[in-house]
Design a binder for this molecule. Structure first.
Ligand code: PMP
Length: 453
């Protein structure tokens, strides 16, 4: 819990924002009433019910860094589909590629040449020789875990405390106060006890990693190179290189899930920090919004996997998906990587995120807030603690659901969409300095409401 103590004021401020929200979104409200009849909780997926306010915003259309809702309200979108649209909504090259491909057929159970071209592009960016494509980052992680067990003959994976890698059973692990691996709270219908599949590791703790990897039970270390799903937690100097060396020493597959940390640049943190992972996972934005995931492997790991498989049963071996690697996704990835998520655009995006961070810091300083702001490339996040968290547990301890909901809804009422459940922003190639300044005004106004004497 944050140190914000005036809960009565917070409740009053939130109630005011709710009434503004309801009065400016009548069509979204009607749409939600209709949805209640046929959708579970009135939404197409469980977590969509978690947005602040009595009903979610219903989108009409989007272009670049903006979208318009059913009521005609214009939003600067800093959520960008929680990275799915980090490349900007409806980017012209992606739209054209998708239109062209769907007119020629979307899915065949056969490859198109785009897949190999995408593998070459990703290979050059991440320094990995071989690639495979899925429909989501979740699937990519799930498949990587199976491959790792297959080639090492070991049963467990290691992940970070408070990690998120999609809805992958083995990754819903956290540490209890005694340092034991247990299930995350509210792990829906968990299929097994987490300590039987997983070792949870505190972020930035090489000694804990060494102890876990030295047991010889761990097939795969699967990590985000900076945590992004419990606020941003940055790696300390030498931490990632240390993990890489420990994996080498103990023959553990070292895998970086760069689905979110791709915000660091075209080759993610892998290229930025010159890391040499055995595998990399990507997803979300590489298809410009079209569903896709990817796994990159070293030549050596890819060969080990290939040599361990039987062609006869390869279609029902637990790694697959009929639509995986489909022509439509591959066409979208090609256009998005080659023309939208370019190194040049990444540097522009990062520059704007640097300005965003400086703005937040200026307000934190002005009001002497016990808050901090962190950034990974074009992804920024502030949290309700004085110093940057060094572990997932520290970041989790600073969470304040009600304070977060107020800030989210205040932003929405100013025409700004933040990534929900955090105070996170993403900058796209289409985001402008005007958008950044708009967020600055919202943040300062909200802080004034919360802290004015
Ligand atoms: N990996 C990371 C690091 C993620 O943050 C997420 C989703 N937030 C995923 C994987 C899963 O992505 P998806 O839900 O698109 O499968």
């Amino acid at each position: 819990m944050s140190q914000y103590e005036d809960r009565q004021r917070l409740a009053g401020l939130f109630a005011k924002e709710v009434s503004v929200y309801v009065s400016t979104h009548p069509k979204s409200q009607t749409a939600h009433q209709k949805s209640q009849a046929s959708l579970v909780n009135g939404v197409p997926m469980l977590w969509m019910a978690k947005w602040p306010g009595p009903f979610p915003i219903y989108v009409d259309s989007a272009k670049g860094a903006h979208f318009t809702d059913l009521d005609g309200n214009d939003f600067t979108d800093f959520c960008l589909g929680d990275t799915g649209a980090m490349s900007g909504h409806a980017s012209a090259p992606t739209v054209k590629a998708v239109q062209d491909q769907i007119a020629k057929g979307a899915t065949f159970m056969l490859p198109t040449l785009d897949a190999a071209i995408n593998a070459e592009t990703l290979g050059a960016r991440f320094g990995l020789a071989k690639w495979q494509f899925t429909l989501s980052a979740t699937d990519a992680n799930r498949h990587l875990i199976r491959f790792a067990r297959q080639v090492t003959g070991r049963t467990k994976i290691a992940v970070h405390d408070y990690c998120y890698h999609g809805s992958v059973d083995e990754t819903f692990a956290v540490l209890d106060h005694q340092g034991n691996t247990i299930s995350r709270p509210n792990n829906i219908g968990k299929p097994s006890e987490l300590h039987t599949t997983t070792v949870s590791l505190p972020f930035n703790d090489l000694a804990a990693a060494e102890k876990a990897l030295a047991t010889g039970e761990v097939a795969l270390l699967l990590i985000e190179p900076g945590l992004t799903n419990i606020g941003i937690v940055l790696p300390e100097a030498g931490y990632l290189e240390g993990l890489q060396a420990l994996c080498k020493k103990h023959d553990v597959i070292f895998a970086l899930d760069e689905t979110h940390t791709l915000s660091a640049g075209a080759g993610g943190i892998t290229a930025r920090d010159n890391l040499k992972p055995d595998a990399v996972v990507l997803g979300k934005t590489i298809g410009g919004g079209v569903p896709v995931g990817a796994i990159g492997f070293t030549e050596e790991l890819s060969e080990k996997i290939a040599n361990s498989l039987e062609l006869e049963s390869i279609d029902v071996g637990g790694v697959g998906g009929t639509l995986a690697g489909n022509a439509l996704s591959m066409a979208a990835v090609r256009a998005t990587l080659e023309e939208v998520l370019t190194p040049k655009n990444f540097s522009r995006m990062e520059q704007l995120a640097i300005t965003w961070q400086a703005n937040i810091q200026a307000t934190i300083d002005e009001y002497q807030l016990p808050w901090q702001v962190s950034r990974i490339g074009c992804r920024g996040e502030y949290s309700f603690r004085k110093t940057a968290p060094t572990t997932g547990a520290e970041a989790a301890a600073a969470e304040d659901f009600e304070l977060g909901q107020f800030l989210q809804l205040h932003a929405i009422n100013q025409g700004i969409l933040m990534t929900p459940f955090h105070n996170m922003v993403l900058v796209s190639p289409d985001t402008t300095a005007v958008d950044i300044e708009k967020h600055h005004r919202h943040f300062r106004d909200a802080v004034e409401l919360l802290f004015a004497k």
